[in-house]
Design a protein around this ligand. Sequence first.
Ligand code: ASP
Ligand code: MG
Length: 401
Amino acid sequence: MNVVQKYGGTSLENIEKIRAVAKHIASFRKEGDGIVIVASAMGKTTNELVAMAKELGEDVPKRELDALLATGEQKAVALLAIALQNLGVPAVSMTGFQSGFITTEHHSRARIKEINTERTEQFLKEGKVVVLAGFQGINEDGDITTLGRGGSDTTAVAIAAQLGWDCEIYTDVDAIFTTDPKIYPDAKKLDRITYDEMMELSSTGAAVLETRSVEIAKKYNVKIYIGKSLETDKRKGTYVMNDSIFIEEMPVTGISISDDCSIYSLRGMENDGVAIAKLFQLLADLHINVDMISKQTYGDNKCTISFSCTDEQAKDLDKAIENHEILSEIMVEKQPNLSILSLVGVGMATATGVAGKVFSILAKEGIMYYQITTSEISISVTVNRDEKIKAVIALCEAFGL
Ligand code: ASP
Ligand code: MG
């Protein structure tokens, strides 16, 4: 069996856990298997490294930050390779540079351009377990780059795509559930989920898999299995795979929850396009990543523009509003502390009445909602954060999740 397995930071938190992962690999490995292991940094190492850099000044030079963060994964792969060798398993660790991950130049958010697997394949031929550092690569200037937070998933899926193998992602949750079991304990485990659904769930708050890795998996048809570290019973986890084998009987597959949302409404804006363009240019200059945008036109050439952003970015915006000409002239209304609930399901593409059902459930529960957005396979509604749990439970019960 050939396989790429990725172990997250919590699975490699300390030496004991690294030893346990190594023992696990030794126990299933058979002569002739091709095994590539992708490792994240141990525990919270990446956060700790970021914090250390920030102690020296808020503005951390990105090139140096990448050089620093890459050490987290480098340490993890070396220790795991040592642990494997101590168990008599031939193993070799490789950094992003050694394993031929060539990326774009963008520090802290580099994209993979190509993977030269020559050395990896040579080591595999020699019967070695190849332990790859996730999250990192090298750009054409020869500098160390990182792929963005959570990027080890991307490394794992990308190498699986390149080798044409399946990819198993081992983490600290058992599987993908219809919603967060911490919020709705009756949430059901999903045996399988499509790439599109997983992408939508990941990008709207389900933090189990990095969205980009699912994009790559979809593009190159890499079968992903998500399960708990060291668990060998594959029935307990979730497969992310192609749509075609699914029966689209249920319109909603899952609900993701994102707690980080504030909505602004600007009333009485000129409806001439220029003012709106200026507003969004200003938001862009402030590096505010706006999400849901809506515009309502009324009467005498006026309109209301609403948009959402994260709570953190809302703080920057509040400061800007105070001393900004365009913004202070128009009425700015802010709704902070919102949660976005996203109902996701491929069945939604063809089903009708899902929005109607969502709104009648929320109405019945007396839950206020604000901005709404839809995509082909999702509906997102924003609710007050203190009503989130009530809303999730009502929606899960109504949609049988
Ligand atoms: N260690 C990196 C992070 O914490 C990459 C990863 O774990 O996927 O973001
Ligand atoms: Mg992760």
